[in-house]
Design a protein around this ligand. Sequence first.
Ligand SMILES: [Zn+2]
Length: 88
Amino acid sequence: MSRACGRVDIDIGRIVTEFLCLLVVAGFVALLFVLRAQRTNRKVRMSCGECAYKTAWSPKSPAEATLVGHYGQRHPGIAPSGLLEWRQ
Ligand SMILES: [Zn+2]
């Protein structure tokens, strides 16, 4: 009987431990998502490396696409480059 009780105690302890581990992992993943969301919400403005053109303030991906489109129209054959400005 005492052996059976001991096994039950060990199982409960393992379940609690696994649950706590799961909580820690879930919290960490949630934190990563929040940080990532904050970062993608930040606005950027990209300046053309060849002329005075600047994109509008927007998330990074659209800003990059706009600058690539500008290079395609105004500076064909030149690899896109320039300055990236961040705004909180
Ligand atoms: Zn340009």
